[in-house]
Design a protein around this ligand. Structure first.
Ligand SMILES: N[C@@H](CCC(=O)N[C@@H](CS)C(=O)NCC(=O)O)C(=O)O
Length: 367
């Protein structure tokens, strides 16, 4: 029975997006309990109440069900304004939105690569985790069979995300350099924007916890190569930690610039093709729900070229950052432009979205 005052978080410890909401609930001090998303919970709770097979899901004390980490966090921000996670100044706010988009949708690539491309080190651990969650009551041999089925769904996502023999080495190079940049950053700052967490941190914790900190193969790399990043991950799960302020003067620290530069260099070309492909899809299927995958395209990571599915959802997240930026005027706009110039993103952020998307009932629709 749900406690009247409490929120319920449905998810798992090894799910990338569940960690984002768990960290947020703890940081804010919002009373919640976590329920493991077993097969039974999917059938009884998640699918009937959300219409989709996705986690995490949050049930509010009044019985509303919210899927999607961004929507969950935004709904809770409106109800729990203390320790707000959106800075009000233009550069920091824009950086938070951009880093969330990068972390949620682009760092998914190294997260999935390091989980599924190193079976010798990860498989036993992952299969045990999937087995526990699939059907905790079942005998071991059934848990193993169910775990294999669920695991093959997720490892089957590798080609969809463009993870292959060709792109693997470039993904590793990218991730190692990201760790080096984050190590520099978190050896100086408690959070992305200073002494207080923002949406940038909650975005980053998604890939950097469940997969890249907790799985054996990448976990070792993080602890050895970037110990300050590992400490930040641990800090992100503290209950209502003592906090200070974001950096004064709307400063986005220089240590984050390489990350934004990388985003504009590698994620934005993909986003540009995404909005074009979505526009074609919507013209061809007027008024219809937009499928999760709307096409295939070639893309680059470092020196490597690969093939991946064009996913529609990142357009919805991109719209949030673009809408915020396009709504700025005067000195605020200039301040944001300074950041974009420093990150090589001014032209990219001039992007127009021919066919906007909205989320309704956890699906994407043309606006
Ligand atoms: N954008 C969604 C992504 C959620 C998501 O992809 N969750 C994964 C587990 S961590 C999932 O349920 N995947 C099932 C699927 O993709 O069909 C969010 O922020 O909540």
């Amino acid at each position: 029975m749900a406690d009247e005052r409490n929120y319920t978080l449905y998810g798992t410890e090894f799910s990338l997006y569940t960690g984002k909401v768990r960290a947020y609930l703890r940081y804010k001090g919002i009373p919640y309990k976590e329920v493991l998303s077993t097969m039974g919970v999917y059938e009884r709770v998640i699918v009937p109440n959300t219409g989709v097979r996705m986690i995490p899901v949050v049930q509010t004390p009044s019985g509303e069900f919210i899927q999607d980490t961004t929507e969950i966090i935004d709904a809770l921000e409106a109800r729990f304004p203390e320790r707000g996670i959106y800075p009000e100044t233009p550069r920091q706010r824009l950086a938070s939105l951009l880093i969330e988009l990068y972390a949620d949708e682009w760092l998914l690539i190294p997260a999935m690569h390091y989980r599924w491309s190193f079976p010798e080190q990860n498989e036993r651990f992952i299969m045990a985790e999937f087995g526990k969650v699939a059907a905790p009551w079942a005998p071991a041999f059934i848990r193993r069979a169910l775990a294999r089925k669920r695991a093959s769904f997720f490892s089957g996502m590798l080609p969809v995300l463009g993870i292959s023999k060709e792109t693997g080495p470039a993904i590793e190079q990218w991730y190692e350099s990201l760790l080096d940049h984050l190590e520099q950053h978190f050896s100086r700052h408690r959070y992305a924007l200073g002494e207080r967490a923002s949406m940038a941190d909650f975005g980053l914790i998604a890939p950097l916890y469940a997969h890249l900190y907790r799985d054996p193969a990448p976990g070792r790399i993080m602890r050895e190569r970037a110990p300050s990043v590992a400490r930040w991950v641990e800090r992100m799960f503290e209950d209502q930690p003592a906090i200070g302020e974001w950096l004064p003067g709307d400063e986005v620290p220089d240590t984050l610039l390489p990350i934004l530069r990388h985003q504009f260099r590698e994620q934005f070309p993909v986003l540009r093709e995404t909005v074009e492909t979505v526009a074609d899809y919507v013209s061809e299927h007027p008024g219809e729900r937009v499928r999760r995958r709307v096409g295939q395209h070639r893309f680059r990571i470092g020196d490597a070229e690969g093939e991946r599915a064009v996913m529609a959802y990142p357009q919805w997240m991109l719209q949030r950052a673009l809408d915020y930026y396009n709504g700025l005027a005067g000195a605020d706009r200039e301040a944001a432009e300074q950041l974009l110039d420093a990150a090589g993103g001014r032209e990219a952020m001039g992007m127009e979205i021919p066919r906007r998307l909205v989320r309704r009932n956890n699906q994407l629709w043309p606006a």
